[in-house]
Design a protein around this ligand. Structure first.
Ligand SMILES: C[S@@+](CC[C@H](N)C(=O)[O-])C[C@H]1O[C@@H](n2cnc3c(N)ncnc32)[C@H](O)[C@@H]1O
Length: 381
């Protein structure tokens, strides 16, 4: 919801910004809006109808207003508008917003609501997720694949992936989610292995798809250690931001994001991919305090390589893990197209060149490369 142009919100005489009233001021969206106003230097006044509102100290200024059902509300609001020279009102409460939408022009035609319908705002992410799901079902990616196609899950189930997946911050865009939805329908049964999970965005998508299409259990491999974040990217733009991240916190965020969806079918190894490959090879059960024990079959249906993007690291990931991908299984190399370096693309191209006879499908979607091992073949070169 865009803030109105400053000229609408300035006093004609001085050109000073006129304050925005946030009412009621204690709702989560009100507090988000307060932060936005503070960041942008927009003067703001909080208001609510509670005699004592715990959020009052968060605001630089405060004005009590009666409930909108109180006959004195309009006069009280007119008085507040005049007293503070208000320009706009922000209200995330649907009932208050509807009421103000109706009466504000009579109270003060100069003052406007800054935000659109709160109902639309609350629903926008759900509607977007449903649109993605509808597109995914009605215009599926025409993937040439050797694996028999499973019937898609319902629009609601796909919408769940987009909605909940996009609540998790991370590097897995809608294009890639759409492609993952399609390859999951063309996947054999087997383990899903993700190299590089961070806060768990793509892991969540893989976990849900594995459950929907009964593919297998998900193993997330990530050292969650700051030294492994160093990518040696061209220009150092990626490496320059590493100090902002706390790896202990990142693992907690991963667990918060994934644990609600686990049914004993998700687990992780906190180690670099090469060490994890040795562990994977030597045993079939992975244990962690949060997720308990999860068994793996030792054959990978979907391998997602999204760890460190330096060429050496991607080569090590590919060498350690691609040999475990079974016939009909998929290898996804994330950031095949990456503005900060060529590591993933060089290694993926080498793999393509050496193994093209064994592949039944290869395509780029978003910035990731998707490759399917032919049903007749196995054993990487
Ligand atoms: C781009 S992030 C992963 C993003 C994630 N897949 C998502 O959907 O948001 C890269 C991750 O790779 C991890 N990583 C770095 N070196 C690794 C290694 N040798 N083995 C496994 N993971 C590694 C980092 O700790 C980081 O969490």
């Amino acid at each position: 919801m865009a803030i109105k142009e400053n000229k609408i919100n300035t006093t004609a005489s001085t050109g000073a910004l006129r304050p925005t009233l946030i009412f009621p001021a204690g709702m989560p969206r009100s507090l988000d809006y307060l932060e936005k106003c503070k960041r942008e230097g927009q003067p703001v006044i909080g208001s609510s109808s509670l005699p004592y509102d715990v959020c009052k100290p968060l605001y630089p200024a405060w004005s009590y207003l009666p409930y909108i059902t109180d006959p004195t509300f309009s006069d009280a609001l007119a008085k507040t508008i005049k007293e503070y020279g208000l320009g706009m009102i922000y209200s995330p409460n649907p009932v208050v917003w509807n009421y103000l939408q109706r009466v504000l022009k009579d109270i003060d035609p100069e003052v406007t609501l800054v935000n659109g319908s709160p109902v639309d705002s609350e629903l926008v992410d759900y509607r977007t997720a449903l649109q993605h799901a509808s597109k995914s079902l009605n215009f599926p990616l025409p993937i040439a694949s050797s694996h028999p196609l499973k019937a898609p899950v319902s629009e609601l189930e796909i919408a769940i992936i987009f909605k909940h997946g996009n609540v998790i911050s991370g590097m897995c865009d809608d294009e890639k989610i759409a492609a993952l939805c399609e390859i999951a329908r063309r996947s054999p049964a087997g383990d899903l292995v993700e190299i590089g999970s961070w806060w768990g965005k793509s892991a969540f998508v893989l976990a849900k798809l594995a459950q929907y299409y009964a593919i297998g259990n998900l193993l997330c491999v990530d050292p969650w250690k700051s030294e492994h974040l160093v990518q040696h990217d061209e220009g150092g733009l990626v490496d320059g931001g590493i100090s902002q991240y706390d790896c202990e916190e990142a693992l907690k965020v991963f667990i918060i994001n994934l644990l609600p969806y686990g049914r004993g079918d998700i687990n992780y190894l906190r180690m670099p991919s090469t060490a994890a490959a040795a562990t994977y090879q030597s045993g079939r059960t992975v244990h962690s305090a949060s997720f308990g024990s999860t068994s793996f079959c030792g054959q990978i249906a979907i391998l997602h390589i999204d760890g460190n993007h330096s060429e050496d690291a991607v080569r090590a990931d590919m060498e350690a893990w691609s040999k475990h991908v079974k016939a009909g299984g998929w290898i996804i190399v994330d950031d095949y197209l990456w503005p900060y370096g060529d590591g993933p693309r060089h290694i993926a191209d080498q793999y393509l060149e050496a193994n093209h006879c064994r592949l039944s499908s290869a395509f780029v979607m978003g910035s990731a490369l998707f490759m399917q091992i032919s049903l007749e073949q196995s054993g990487a070169v």
